[in-house]
Design a protein around this ligand. Structure first.
Ligand SMILES: Nc1ncnc2c1ncn2[C@@H]1O[C@H](COP(=O)(O)OP(=O)(O)O)[C@@H](O)[C@H]1O
Ligand SMILES: [Mg+2]
Length: 209
């Protein structure tokens, strides 16, 4: 049986897709089979599929891809649909069971993004019960977002396997200052830092997964 990880973040645009695609490429370069999934997507333009997250992680679009660039629950509602949470979990479990290499499942938005009226991304993560990589940034405000996300995950019994501190673009706060503040507050969660375009960092993280 292979290894599967869930890639989530403290919010959107923080580098989940960049990390997923980068880790997949690094793994394959190390001679290890690796596959990405992007089961839930909003802001999906079927006329430009190559620009979508699922294309970037080499996955096929699923039935849970919606056009409107908003939270998945609302994006689905705009199409007269809703996410069948149990079906999503079943589908992911089948993919996990069939995986023989490295499988990376990219979530959607941040940990508290609504999927249905009763579920957010953290419930999806808790139901799958697989190791989690939580991506956070170094922008001003990232500390509170990061500790809030950790607390929200803890509330449903999820402790990330790694906290990925991904250097934000043009951040006014340095990676070093971010780490100095974060470390005393994250308990035993191992921290991995990635600089902008950090190929060496991606390769090192990939080899540890
Ligand atoms: N460490 C990094 N180095 C260079 N570019 C990055 C890095 N992290 C994120 N990006 C870029 O930032 C943008 C947003 O990242 P993305 O992976 O799409 O976020 P998310 O999937 O969490 O919404 C993308 O253009 C991505 O390529
Ligand atoms: Mg993404």
């Amino acid at each position: 049986m292979g290894k599967t990880y869930f890639i989530t973040a403290t919010g959107t645009d923080l580098g989940k897709t960049w990390l997923t695609a980068g880790l997949l490429a690094a793994c394959r370069a190390q001679g290890r089979p690796a596959r990405g999934l992007k089961p839930v997507m909003s802001g999906y333009d079927p006329e430009r599929p190559e620009e979508s997250d699922c294309a970037k992680v080499g996955a096929r679009p699923t039935a849970w891809c919606y056009r409107a660039p908003m939270s998945p629950d609302r994006a689905a509602a705009k199409e007269g649909k809703s996410i069948d949470f149990a079906a999503l979990i079943r589908w992911c479990r089948e993919e996990i069971a069939a995986n023989e290499g490295l499988l990376l499942i990219e979530g959607v938005g941040g940990v508290m993004v609504p999927l249905t009226e009763r579920h957010t991304v953290r419930d999806w993560i808790a139901a799958l019960d697989i190791p989690v990589l939580l991506v956070c940034g170094t922008y001003l405000g990232a500390l509170s977002h990061t500790l809030t996300a950790l607390a929200a995950l803890r509330e449903v019994g999820v402790v990330p396997g790694r906290l990925i501190v991904n250097e934000s673009m043009a951040s006014s706060v340095s990676l070093e200052d971010t780490l100095a503040s974060l470390k005393p507050h994250v308990g035993a969660v191992p921290i991995v830092t990635l600089r902008r375009d950090d190929r060496a960092g991606l390769a090192q993280l990939a080899s540890s997964l």
